[in-house]
Design a binder for this molecule. Structure first.
Ligand code: SF4
Length: 342
C-alpha cells in the first residue's frame, strides 16, 4: 500500500526541544504539507469539514507532534503488564475501530518525540515490578507501524527492548511497511502481531490499511527475520461464506509463515465483533452506508471495563465461532498458543 503522508501537521511547542521534534519539523517543512508550529489546545476545531462524515477522513490525515508529559504507565492486563504509546490513533479508516469509543472526538494522529524519557520510564516500571520479566504493549491506543517511515521510533524502541534482559515488547499492526524493522537487533524480545481477517472484512471495513495479501506477505517477512510472531484475528464476523473465507486465511498463513525461525510459539488472539452504543453512533455518522451488522436485536449485552457495555454475538454463535477457530488453529498451527477468545 502507499505509505502514509499527512496533509497537515501541528507541533506542540515543547516537541521542538527534542531532536526528533526538530527533525520532523525540518522534514515536513520541506514538503508540500501545511505545518502549524503552535498546536492549539483543541486541534479538532482546525480540521476542515462541517459534518462528522467530512471531518473524519481529514482528521485521519492530521498529525500532531508532541512530547509525552505523563510518564506513569497504565496497567494493560491481561495482554501485558503495562502499556505506553509512541503513536496514538492511525491513518486507517476501519469502520468498526475500537477507537470510535475511546478516542471518538479526537480521531487525529499524535506522535511522541521524547523517546529517551519514555525509555527511562519503562526502566522505572521494570524496577517497580521487582525487576521481574515485564511486558509492555505499544499498540493499545494506535498503530505504531503506520508512521514508522516518518519517525523511525518503533525501530529504536525494538532495539531498546532488545538490549533489556527483563522486558518484552508487543504491538499489533494492520500495516505492512515492515522493511525498516528487518535485521534490527530485536533479540527475540519483541512480539510482532499482525491484525488479520478474512478478505470480506478487510475489503469492506478496513479502509486505508494493508490488503489481505500484503499483510500475509509482511507477516511472512517478519517471521523469517526471527521475530516472535502473533496474529490477532479481529473482529471475527459472521456473514455468508465466513467459514470458507476464514479457512482460506488459515490455509494461506500455514503456507506462508515459517515458524521455525523463532524461539517462541506463534500466538493467536481471537476477538468477535462487538460494538458499543457510542461507537454505533459515530459509525453511522462517519460511514452512513456501512454494511456492518449493528442490529442490537441480534446481539446480547456484555459489560466491559469502566462500566461500558457492548453488544456481542449470542452464546450459541460465540460457541460455534470458538469451536471453529480452535479447530482451524489446531489443524494448521498445532504448536501455537491461543491467548484468548473473547
Ligand atoms: S488500523 Fe486499528 S487503530 Fe487504525 S482505524 Fe483500523 S482498527 Fe482503528
Amino acid at each position: 500500500m502507499e505509505l502514509f503522508m499527512p496533509e497537515r501537521v501541528f507541533f506542540e511547542p515543547s516537541s521542538l526541544n527534542y531532536p526528533l521534534g526538530q527533525e520532523l519539523y525540518d522534514y515536513f517543512s520541506n514538503k508540500n504539507i501545511e505545518v502549524i508550529k503552535t498546536a492549539p489546545s483543541n486541534v479538532s476545531r482546525l480540521i476542515p469539514g462541517e459534518t462528522e462524515r467530512e471531518k473524519y477522513p481529514r482528521a485521519k490525515k492530521t498529525l500532531v507532534v508532541a512530547a509525552k508529559k505523563s510518564m506513569k504507565l497504565d496497567v494493560c492486563k491481561p495482554s501485558a503488564d503495562f502499556q505506553f504509546s509512541l503513536v496514538t490513533n492511525c491513518p486507517g479508516n476501519c469502520e468498526y475501530c475500537y477507537l470510535q469509543t475511546t478516542q471518538g472526538y479526537k480521531p487525529y494522529l499524535k506522535t511522541y518525540v521524547n523517546l529517551e524519557e519514555i525509555f527511562d520510564s519503562i526502566k522505572v516500571h521494570i524496577l517497580k515490578n521487582d525487576n521481574k520479566l515485564t511486558t509492555f504493549e505499544a499498540a493499545s491506543s494506535g498503530d505504531p507501524l503506520a508512521i514508522e517511515h516518518i519517525t523511525g521510533s518503533l525501530s529504536k524502541t525494538i532495539e531498546f527492548f532488545g538490549s533489556l534482559k527483563n522486558a518484552r515488547l508487543r504491538f499489533v499492526t494492520k500495516f505492512n511497511n515492515v522493511g525498516p524493522l528487518l535485521q534490527l537487533k530485536h533479540n527475540s524480545h519483541t512480539r510482532f502481531r499482525i491484525s488479520i481477517n478474512s478478505r470480506y472484512v478487510i475489503k469492506n471495513f478496513e479502509h486505508n490499511t494493508a490488503t489481505f495479501d500484503e499483510r500475509i506477505e509482511a507477516a511472512s517477512k517478519i517471521a523469517s527475520d526471527g521475530y516472535p510472531i502473533g496474529f490477532i484475528v479481529a473482529p471475527i464476523m459472521i456473514y455468508d461464506g465466513w467459514k470458507e473465507e476464514y479457512s482460506e486465511l488459515f490455509e494461506l498463513l500455514n503456507q506462508k509463515i515459517d515458524t521455525s525461525k523463532s524461539v517462541e510459539p506463534v500466538t493467536f488472539e481471537l476477538i468477535q465483533h462487538r460494538f458499543t452504543p457510542i461507537a454505533k453512533d459515530f459509525i453511522l455518522k462517519r460511514f452512513p452506508n456501512t454494511k456492518l451488522d449493528l442490529d442490537e436485536t441480534k446481539r446480547i449485552l456484555k459489560w466491559g471495563k469502566f462500566g461500558r457495555f457492548k453488544y456481542v454475538y449470542p452464546k450459541e454463535h460465540a460457541s460455534e465461532l470458538k469451536e471453529f477457530f480452535y479447530s482451524l488453529i489446531k489443524d494448521r498451527f498445532p504448536a501455537a498458543v491461543i491467548d484468548y477468545f473473547t
